[in-house]
Write a protein that binds this ligand. Structure first.
Ligand code: CAA
Length: 395
């Protein structure tokens, strides 16, 4: 439990956290690890294991039980993400978007009716949620978008047209949190958030992206062709969409940092074992100082990532009490942990030599999977902008 008093907030792994972590670790190692390579190869969406994780409460970890979730805290979410990512990054991507982008937004900005209709089935794992901000010509510059939502004259529906891209779980999601322009002349203040029901006409799942890594986490374009969205599906205020998108990404970035840490841990553990077992020049390669230096740097960056993630968890929990943002802490954790994942998986391939390049071991998959953590939910360049602007007091 994250413990709050008036003066301080401290982070402590309770028995409940340890039980959760161990249960997720057992599940991930026994049920996900054996299928990860096969799903990476085929690019098939791992629906069975995702459903099982839903039954374990892992698709809505911080959502209160009354809305279908597990009713746990930010630390529980991070511990889950680390364990799932240690087994397979594709699975952790699906868990992350469902929890910290979709459910988090509905929890924070949804009305009671929206929570009952659109949060409960996703937090319980019965349905899959997605988050759709990016467009073909609007990635890092999220405030500019070409898609449009126009209110009909009866003021009952918005008619949505446009094309969104890079939507995680796009090919399978039942409910999608969509950001689109309702008043283009107001720029970012003209963006509104909508809950999209995938079973309505005018919703078309576009091209599935062939990807370098996280290949079992399906990613696609979404096309809106005169899609009629009831006004009841507007999330938050009309025109507040950009702020909602950014607020939710703060939570999402802690999830991606945790994913990066889990990936780095998996690559590190594989390297440690290999350094003990593999012999060259008559001794285990772990005896060589050049391997030792790599091990030392990998371990140090992993533990530094963990501390930045815990720092962000504390800021997030503090924010639940004070209402303050934790943008800076989330960006620092995401930046450092994702660059650590790239560094550690790169070193892991090098330590494994030819075997690191072979598909017979998971190390090459870790390396391919790690790259996306430096790109999605805000590139490393965007995180540096967010951190520097915050420190300099700039916008
Ligand atoms: N929380 C709340 N409000 C925020 C905020 C935050 N974290 N960040 C900015 N805002 C508010 C500002 O206070 C400002 O409010 P006012 O208009 O009231 O003054 C408003 O938003 C605009 O802020 P900026 O002027 O700073 O906006 P900007 O256009 O300069 O953009 C940015 C800032 C940081 C570059 C932002 O555009 C950004 O984060 N870009 C990256 C987008 C991104 O991460 N995309 C990934 C999409 S999800 C994905 O990867 C796919 C998936 O499925 C996983």
């Amino acid at each position: 439990m994250v413990v709050a008093s008036e003066q301080e907030l401290t982070l402590r792994l309770t028995d409940e956290h340890k039980l959760l972590r161990d249960a997720v670790r057992d599940f991930a190692q026994n049920e996900i690890v054996p299928i990860a390579a096969e799903f990476d190869e085929s690019g098939e969406f791992p629906l069975d294991t995702i459903r099982k994780m839903g039954a374990m409460g892992l698709m809505g970890i911080e959502v209160p039980e009354e809305y279908g979730g597990a009713g746990m805290d930010a630390l529980a979410y991070v511990l889950t993400m680390i364990e799932v990512a240690r087994a397979d990054a594709s699975h952790s991507t699906i868990v992350s978007v469902n929890n910290s982008l979709y459910c988090h937004a509905l929890m924070k900005f949804g009305t009671e009716e929206q929570k009952q209709r659109f949060l409960k089935p996703v937090a319980s794992g019965e349905k899959i949620g997605a988050y759709s901000l990016t467009e073909p010509m609007s990635g890092s510059d999220a405030g500019t978008m070409a898609s449009r939502a126009v209110l009909n004259t009866a003021r009952t529906h918005y008619v949505i047209n446009g094309r969104k891209s890079w939507v995680t779980s796009g090919p399978v999601a039942d409910l999608i949190l969509l950001f689109t322009m309702t008043e283009p002349e107001k720029k970012h203040k003209g963006i509104t958030a909508f809950v999209i029901e995938a079973d309505r006409t005018g919703f078309i799942r576009g091209k599935k992206e062939p990807k370098m890594g996280i290949r079992a986490s399906a990613t696609s374009e979404l096309v809106f062709d005169n899609y009629e969205c009831p006004v009841e599906n507007v999330l938050g205020e009309v025109g507040a969409g950009f702020k909602i998108a950014m607020t939710v990404l703060d939570a999402g970035r802690i999830g991606i940092a945790s994913q990066a840490l889990g990936l780095a841990e998996a690559a590190y553990e594989a390297s440690l074992n290999y350094a003990r077992e593999r012999e060259a020049f008559g001794e285990p390669i772990g005896q060589f100082q050049m391997i030792q230096a790599k091990i030392a740097d990998m371990k140090t960056r992993i533990e530094a990532s963990r501390l930045l993630i815990y720092n962000a968890v504390l800021a997030k929990e503090r924010g639940k009490i004070s209402g303050e943002r934790y943008t800076l802490e989330a960006s620092m954790a995401k930046l450092f942990a994702s660059e650590t994942a790239m560094f550690v998986t790169h070193q892991a391939v090098q330590i494994h030599g030819g075997m690191g390049y072979s598909k017979e071991l998971p190390v090459e998959r870790y390396f391919r999977d790690a790259k996306i953590t430096e790109i999605y939910e805000g590139t490393s360049e965007i995180q540096r902008i967010v951190i520097a602007r915050s420190e300099l007091g700039l916008r």
